[in-house]
Design a protein around this ligand. Sequence first.
Ligand code: AMP
Ligand code: GLY
Length: 418
Amino acid sequence: MYKILVVGGGGREHAILWKLKQGSREVELFCAPGNGGTAQLAENVPIKADDVEGIVDWAKQNGMDMVFVAPDDPLALGMVDALQEAGIRTFGPTKAAAEIEWSKSYSKWLMKKYGIPTAEFEVFDEADQAIGYLKTAKYPIVVKADGLALGKGVLICEDFEQAKQAVSDIMLDKKFGNAGARVVIEEFMTGPEVSVLTFCDGKTIVPMLPAQDHKRAYDNDEGLNTGGMGTFAPTLKFTKEMQEYAQKEIFEKTVQALNAEGRIFKGVIFFGLMLTPDGVKVLEYNARLGDPETQSVFMLLNSDLLEVIDAVIDGTLDRMTLDWKDGSAVCVVMASGGYPQKYENGKLIEGLDSIEDGVVVFHAGTRKEGGKCYTNGGRVLGVTATGKDIADARKKAYANIETINFEDAQYRTDIGIK
Ligand code: AMP
Ligand code: GLY
């Protein structure tokens, strides 16, 4: 049997396992550390996702045929490089290729050098120089911590006082730790945001269906930024014309840029795009699948995921076309009350047995114990439905949410409306 280890423990990893299980090849699945949902499809392995040595040793000892590294932290720590050095077949970019996500200044420098459309920017290593620049800047302006900060290191500032405070929080008070040793200060752009996940084998880049995320905690985009409270796919805002433009001027140029820099990228490049009045521009790169974008996008993917993974690793993506279902998918995240700030774990989750056919509940922060499921994180579940259009998929997702229950559950009621 073909043994696969998926590294990570959220809704995205549950969706990867769910999709692998449907493929034509018989697979034996493992997930480290996994959650209450992945335990239904795979054997959970109690090793943290960022424990590079622990994962490599376990994968070697247990004869994994392939390891899929899904989250950003282990990619930034070089887990793929370490697995490859140990002779293990691995899906995901090397540390050097993943720098397009773990250093915003690197990604901005790369885009500028190769003429990939993005916001104008400056980079600073010293707070007083950043503040000096802000005195004569145009507002609003965007201040970003350079490194990984769980999507929280981006501050949109209306005036000099706010921007000065942002620089001080990031660089002097180290609110985001080492991620804030350097800041990127960026022109403020406007327009709808689209998430395009792509498979890339180092030469060919193939986009998946475009999705939209909902990052704010509450309805009408109010409240704090989160990891994502819900997604839908495909989005009609990303027109055919924009897709053709992005393929040539953004996706293919990015692959060429990475190759020219000697950083062959094999894995998933996730383009955070903004559809600005001046055209499509890159907000940010991620070197991995999005969470919860993957949940809705994979529900619509007909192609065999393992075949796509093999094509990425072997460099044969040019011989492959992705096959998609008609219709739409909507994923609504049920979170713990209080998320993204303080929340409690350990609430009993009820109603998971009465989900309709065609609706999948991907687990994010859950834990199984004695046959029961308990909350174990900020984002708890991703209730995901397909339908003939967004409205239909939305209706199904929310109808099924009604039947699931845990104390203080919090979710947005407007996913897929905008
Ligand atoms: P990022 O992590 O760089 O994608 O930023 C997180 C969020 O901040 C994005 O999804 C946007 O909503 C917002 N954002 C980032 N950069 C800009 C920008 N240059 N102009 C306007 N909004 C931005
Ligand atoms: N949902 C946004 C992300 O995965 O970064």
